[in-house]
Design a protein around this ligand. Structure first.
Ligand SMILES: Nc1ncnc2c1ncn2[C@@H]1O[C@H](COP(=O)(O)OP(=O)(O)OP(=O)(O)O)[C@@H](O)[C@H]1O
Ligand SMILES: [Mg+2]
Length: 501
């Protein structure tokens, strides 16, 4: 019996002029947890899609359990025990938990008649197998992201999976959900199942991975035992540079001018009596648990919900009843969920970046100054290091992290007075994350823009915000100014309140 479940040799894949994968060699041992890391656009998702048979490689071979092939079909890949859990989990929101788990499986086994009793039993067993209880009759659309993911895992083990691949499984999970997922992963490992997962969170890699592989520009930079690396060397492998993030310091803030002010801001069943003010040079952080009201607050400030209270932009009272009002008053919002809220996926990169700012490029006779527009767009592409082939390519061809950066570029282009960012670096690699933080600090230092950073990444909030509000059950419960708290202390402040009640 071969020691490796899967081996890739000299795999290359091009998209037009882009070398997404360049002679990649990779070996996955049976029963190991292997982390695949690399900057945005380095080729991770493409590599996964080759293992699942979704893409054909241009050259190279795949060996699974000793059998070598040039290319796999999706069906062959499934039959050989490979299961992929994509970021959207490919589950059906309007079916129940048990239907999602077992229905396909019954069809896969060519059962013509649906045996509901059997479907229920299969679903129950597979959830019990991974030690999870989720109501079988619940509609999947009502589940949390974490539970949706567990449903996808429960489904994958039915196909006698030998290798389960997860593309950024933890990016939308809370810490306790990550722990639950990890315990399921460890159990699968103990049964000899190989796990390959993509993550941008280094501490998670150290916590769970046995092996790791880093890609850069489609090439394998290093593949080794996880015990042989530390934080710095890992970041260096990924980015090719040394990164050390200092704390942001605003110096003295000028309190005579308020860039953005919110008074008695309330929305029934979401948040109540929120008050804050942002002065030039500041970055305001808002953090809280999932469901604390932080996202509703952000959306209401952008006019997506109609809240009561007073809002002032640069000292002037404004009414924000719709996103159009918000944009008119210079308020921009980078949403949490870039795929459904932030972009027109089938439209070109260019149009997506230009869309919010197009008015400012209209000249005499309603003609758009394309030269100036393109120059501006290109400058954002460079500043944010968005990896693209041509500006005319659809946004859907960009890697996940680069799509996220494109949404940010789209808003920066309109030079907003108030920039509200909700989880701006989720799914963004360490190098780009650092670049985005530097960019925000530079913008704050210009003292023209009020920046609100909503995030549950404690390090991100602590390092970049001079003022931090903690929100819980829709109320601001704590304010920290130029805090000397560390990550654990801030986490404790965020979580403990909940437990005391
Ligand atoms: N269908 C496609 N058409 C054209 N180019 C593509 C396509 N899919 C991927 N690419 C390009 O291939 C490169 C690798 O993309 P991939 O999605 O594999 O990156 P990734 O490592 O998963 O990044 P991320 O961390 O941002 O998700 C990128 O330059 C991307 O733009
Ligand atoms: Mg990807």
């Amino acid at each position: 019996m071969p020691e490796n479940f899967l081996e890739l040799k000299q795999i290359s894949k091009n998209f037009g002029g882009v070398k997404a994968l360049d002679q990649v060699n990779l070996a996955l041992k049976k029963g190991e947890i292997h982390c695949l890391a690399g900057e945005n656009g380095s080729g991770k998702s493409t590599l996964i899609k080759i293992m699942s048979g979704f893409y054909k490689s241009d050259s190279g071979t795949i060996t699974i359990n000793g059998k070598t092939k040039e290319n796999l079909s999706v069906i062959e890949s499934i039959h050989m025990g490979i299961q992929v859990i994509y970021q959207d989990f490919s589950i059906f929101p309007n079916l129940t938990v048990m239907e999602n788990i077992s229905l396909n499986y019954e069809l896969f086994n060519r059962k013509k008649l649906v045996n509901w009793k059997k479907i229920r039993e299969i679903a129950k067993e597979s959830l019990a197998h991974i030690g999870i209880s989720i109501p079988l009759d619940e509609m999947v659309e009502n589940l949390s992201v974490a539970d949706k993911q567990l449903v996808a895992i429960a489904r994958s083990i039915l196909y006698n999976a030998k290798l389960i691949i997860m593309d950024e499984p933890t990016s939308a999970l809370t810490r306790s959900e990550v722990e639950k997922l990890f315990s399921v992963i460890r159990q699968l490992k103990s049964e000899g199942i190989t796990i390959l997962f993509v993550s941008h969170k280094l501490d998670e890699v150290f916590e769970i991975a046995d092996y790791f592989t880093v890609l850069r520009n489609g090439k394998v930079i290093v593949t080794d035992n996880a015990s042989n690396i530390n934080n710095e060397s890992f970041i260096y492998h990924m980015t090719g540079r040394q990164i050390k993030e200092e704390y942001f310091s605003t110096g003295d803030t000028d309190k005579s001018r308020s860039l953005f002010k919110v008074e008695n801001f309330s929305l029934t069943n979401a948040f109540e009596d929120v008050n804050f003010e942002i002065f030039p040079g500041e970055i305001l952080g808002i953090t809280g648990l999932l469901g604390s009201g932080r996202t509703e607050l952000a959306k209401a400030l952008f006019g997506l919900y109609k809240a009561s209270g007073k809002v002032y932009v640069d000292g002037v009272p404004v009414r924000i009843d719709s996103p159009l009002d918000a944009i008119k008053h210079g308020i921009a919002y980078l949403p949490e969920d870039r795929l459904t809220e932030g972009l027109f996926l089938r439209q070109p990169v260019m149009d997506n970046l230009a869309i919010s700012a197009i008015d400012s490029f209209v000249e005499k006779w309603g003609k758009i100054n394309l030269v100036r527009l393109e120059k501006n767009i290109n400058s954002w592409i460079n500043k944010l290091a968005i990896k693209i082939n041509k500006t005319g390519d659809p946004v859907s061809t960009l890697s996940g992290g680069n799509q996220q950066k494109a949404v940010l570029g789209k808003w920066l282009e309109i030079k907003p007075k108030v920039l509200i960012l909700n989880g701006p670096t989720v799914g963004v690699d360490v190098g780009s994350k650092f670049d985005i933080h530097v960019l925000l600090r530079d913008l704050a230092a210009e003292k023209k823009m009020a920046i609100i950073l909503i995030s549950d990444d404690m390090a991100e909030v602590l390092k970049n915000c001079n003022r931090i509000l903690i929100i819980d059950k829709g109320r601001i419960v704590n304010e920290q100014i130029n805090t000397s708290l560390d990550e654990e202390q801030l986490t404790a402040l965020v979580i403990n309140r909940r437990e005391k009640k």
